[in-house]
Design a protein around this ligand. Structure first.
Ligand code: ADP
Ligand code: MG
Length: 373
């Protein structure tokens, strides 16, 4: 998705990823041996260095990378590494991310560090109450790395499920909605937010995104944007950031977590906003003027195409059906194999009103196994 606006801006883009035919490499072919994509793990120092030697600016689409290597190579690049390796380092450890945000006066739910012992979980539950959210500090995604302890009898199960991971606990947040805001930050520190959206998760995986956020008044959405902008202003380096938040019944907002990269909750911007999150990320890291973040349609939704089974045929059938829905755009990621729960693509639907949006979305949702349109 980053390769498409890069091509439109005559910007060469070279990817580092394990597979020779991984999704991004299918979109842009190497122009010459000097510009060939790199095959290797994005945590491998030698491979990161190999990529850095070919480029003027280096960016990431995942935070689970080697921040120390990025820091060392940063001075050798014409335009540097974005976002800053220091930002990636803080964010990739959820506990240090929470400390960073709390230390700057931003709203986060109470949290404590724990040891991997039942005693330590008991202590945390005395301070934060039950249910208690136990989280892996690092390498977590799509809920893998979280464990909800509803009674202390579950403490040992949690330790088994999250074994060998550094942990911390968060107070349970009884949210009424999960919301998200994309924020783009330029090399000189200007921040611009996109509209607030509602995110709906299923089995801990993002299922649907609705833009813009519908709430009792416009105040909540504006406040969410302000909180997200304030959070991103505290980090260094340029690029797009995804800010996940919780909305409580009394209208208050807590920050959940930040992604230092394009984010699933911002995929809707490709069809629904004046500048997509991907184009604005490129503009930001290249030191170009940022683009407008405004919506260009009254109502939009994004539905993830998550693997139903091991069958790629199911994905093909679903996406062919999506082609028949007015206002829908299908994105398939070129992943070779489908697995239950694997993100295979997404569909964005735009409409002139919420009523029209729901009418267009309903037949799509009816095709998703287990969904409740
Ligand atoms: P991931 O890295 O897997 O996205 P998150 O920290 O965002 O992990 O947690 C995944 C989901 O778990 C959130 O989207 C939310 O639904 C739920 N969750 C996370 N933290 C809390 C909390 N403190 N209280 C209640 N629910 C939570
Ligand atoms: Mg999350």
């Amino acid at each position: 998705m980053l390769a498409v606006p890069a091509a439109l801006m005559n910007t060469d883009i070279i990817f580092l990823d394990v597979g020779e035919h991984s999704p991004a490499k299918q979109v842009v072919l190497p122009k010459s041996p000097l510009k060939a994509h790199v095959n290797g793990a994005f945590s491998d120092p030698a491979k990161i260095r190999e990529l850095a030697e070919k480029v003027d600016v280096l960016t990431v689409e995942i935070e689970h990378v080697n921040a120390d290597v990025l820091e060392k190579i940063q001075p050798s690049l014409a335009l540097g590494v974005h976002p800053a390796p220091s930002t990636i380092r803080i964010i990739q450890d959820k506990f240090s991310q929470k400390q960073h945000l709390q230390g700057r006066g931003l709203p986060v739910a109470p949290f404590v560090q724990i040891e991997s012992t039942i005693d330590s979980i008991n202590h945390a539950s005395q301070r934060l109450g039950l249910p208690l959210m136990i989280k892996s500090r690092t390498l977590a995604y799509d809920g893998r790395g979280n464990y909800v302890v509803r009674s202390l009898a579950q403490a040992s199960e949690a330790l088994v499920a999250l074994k060998n991971k550094p942990l911390y606990c968060e107070k349970w947040v009884p949210f009424v909605k999960e919301i998200a805001v994309m924020v783009v930050r330029s090399t000189n520190g200007e921040v611009r937010s996109y509209p607030a959206v509602e995110t709906v998760h299923k089995d801990n995986v993002c299922h649907l995104v609705f833009a813009p956020l519908r709430s009792k008044g416009p105040v909540v959405a504006e406040r969410a944007r302000k909180v997200a902008e304030a959070a991103i202003s505290t980090f260094e380096g340029a690029g797009i950031f995804g800010v996940e938040m919780f909305l409580l019944a009394d209208g208050s907002i807590y920050l959940n977590e930040i992604a230092p990269r394009p984010h699933n909750s911002g995929h809707y911007t490709i069809e629904a906003c004046e500048t997509s999150q991907f184009e604005n990320h490129l503009r930001a890291i290249l030191g170009l003027p940022l683009g407008s973040t405004a919506l260009k349609v009254p109502s939009a939704a994004m539905l993830n195409i998550v693997g139903f089974s091991d069958s790629i045929v199911d994905i093909r059938n679903f996406s062919e059906f999506a082609l028949t829905v007015p206002g829908a755009t299908t994105h398939l990621y070129g992943k070779g194999e489908s697995r239950k729960g694997r993100k295979m693509g997404h569909v964005t639907v735009v409409a002139n009103s919420d009523a029209e949006l729901h009418e267009r979305l309903r037949p799509l949702l009816e095709k998703v196994p287990g969904s409740n349109p």
